[in-house]
Write a protein that binds this ligand. Structure first.
Ligand code: ARG
Length: 462
């Protein structure tokens, strides 16, 4: 086996098991483009500092670009012996351009290099995820608009509570995804700092222009403290938290879609293209996409907790424990991206069963609050009005009838304040339209919000 790049002080070869245990190449190879981008910027800064000649820098940079092409083409076989992507790239560069390749690592350590690579990589991925979230928001808005006239029961405690518009219900998810986008942008703020120059921990002894490295790589600023630069993984944890919250939102929507597509609810039917069958029960059509989105939420939470636990009580500065940051990060990114990608099309192709949703609002006394409000508006204190409405509910339940079946004299039995206009006052559409308060479910209010969010979506994501 070829000698390791750090083998100078060692007299024994590394045990094979240690090689296997220590290596991160099998997963950090996905950072190769960012590693090479970082190295090209570093070579440029080394040249500016007079550490590399113009010719040397050029040779290193074109060598790095060739290595990138080889990896793009799948021509570089990654082996455990390469240890990690940083060693793999530098090793291959040195094979290609000779001893000069060894000058690239001047003034740099893998500790600041890996911090740089992950930041570069994560920035790219966050922008991609923001774009996917945007598509999902657009899908939510499209379904809300298409079914604008659809009335459904709103729930608390999963008990029918008050009628709402389906569009209002869906736009609640829009608000969640909008906050998710803001959280991702916010996490970008702290990801967007350039750590190179920290060296192993104490700062590079060379006069490297860190501002130039940041500029070349498109970072907004440089990190302030060399120890923190190599020890900080907060930005990953913040991203994993934001990702967990996105998945939490998706799991809530999934849970509703799973319920709604059950025969018990019958509110929606997912497209055949976004459902699966059973290997034994021929009649089954299962909402697997929603179920898996709900299920994968657990794994994304797990990744957040894995890294929080890895980082707990780690002394400054870099510790090899931190190599364990990558797999949870990569897994979360992969999981989140595929979930976001499949979700919008599933929503857009689902059939909303408007009649069933409306029918469900007619049983369960969803307008009982409106009965109480009717009395309140006629001067009765709300608590007394609530009691009278409750008695009307009990009266109907005992007789197996609904409010619609009550005549005026029966209404008057609960309160003298009831008049002939009670029927109209508690009609479902009326119930909805009285809630025209900002943020409420009235048709006009929701229409306004829908128009506003449609304009937001049209503006694009970033
Ligand atoms: N593969 C390592 C990681 O992911 C790179 C940094 C290694 N640094 C070191 N001093 N061994 O964390």
């Amino acid at each position: 086996m070829k000698e390791k790049l750090w083998a100078g002080r060692f007299s024994l070869e590394t045990d094979k098991l240690v090689d296997e245990f220590n290596a991160s190449i099998s997963f950090d190879k996905r950072l190769y483009k960012h590693d090479i981008r970082g190295s090209i910027a570093h070579a440029t800064v080394l040249k500016e500092a007079g550490i590399l000649t113009e010719r040397e820098a050029k040779k290193i940079i074109s060598g790095l670009k060739e290595v990138e092409k080889e990896i793009d083409a799948g021509k570089l076989a990654f082996t455990t012996g390469m240890e990690d992507i940083h060693m793999a790239v530098e090793g291959r560069l040195t094979e290609k351009i000779g001893a000069l390749g060894g000058k690239l690592h001047t003034g740099r350590s893998r500790n600041d290099q890996v911090a740089l690579d992950i930041r570069l990589y994560l920035k790219d991925e966050i922008y991609g995820i923001i774009a996917l979230l945007h598509d999902l928001k657009a899908a939510v808005v499209e379904v809300a608009e298409k079914n604008f006239d659809c009335i459904m029961p709103g729930y608390t405690h999963l008990q029918r509570a008050q009628p709402v518009l389906l569009a209002h219900h869906l736009l609640a998810y829009y608000e969640m995804f909008k906050r998710d986008t803001a959280r991702l942008f916010d996490s970008l703020e702290r990801t967007d700092s350039m750590p190179l120059g920290a060296g192993a921990l104490a700062g590079s002894p060379y006069d490297l222009n860190r501002g130039l490295t940041a500029k070349l790589l498109g970072f907004k600023d440089v990190t302030e403290n060399s120890l923190d630069s190599v020890a900080d993984r907060d930005f990953i944890i913040e991203f994993l938290s934001a990702a967990s919250i996105i998945m939490m939102h998706l799991s809530r929507l999934s849970e509703e879609l799973i319920l709604w597509s059950s025969q018990e609810f019958g509110f929606v039917e997912l497209s055949d293209a976004f459902s699966t069958g059973s290997s034994i029960m021929p009649q089954k059509k299962n909402p697997d996409v929603a179920e898996l989105s709900r299920g994968k939420t657990g794994r994304v939470y797990g990744n957040l907790f894995a890294l929080l636990t890895t980082m707990k009580a780690l002394p400054l500065a870099y510790n090899k424990d931190m190599q364990e940051d990558k797999e949870p990060l990569f897994d979360t990114i992969d999981t989140l991206k595929i979930t976001l990608k499949v979700y919008g099309p599933m929503l857009k192709t689902m059939r909303v069963k408007k009649e069933n949703m409306l029918k469900a609002t007619s049983a369960g006394f969803l307008n009982a609050t409106d009965v109480a409000d009717y009395l309140t508006k006629r001067g009765l204190p709300f608590r007394e009005a609530h009691h009278a409405a409750g008695q009307a509910v009990a009266y109907c339940i005992n007789r197996g009838i609904t409010f619609d079946d009550l005549d005026l004299s029966e209404w008057k039995g609960f309160s003298k304040l009831f008049g002939p206009d009670i029927k109209d006052a508690i009609a479902i559409e009326k119930s909805i339209n009285t809630r025209k308060i900002y943020g409420g479910t009235a048709f006009a209010t929701v229409k306004k919000r829908l128009q506003a969010v449609m304009a937001e979506v049209k503006k694009g994501c970033c």
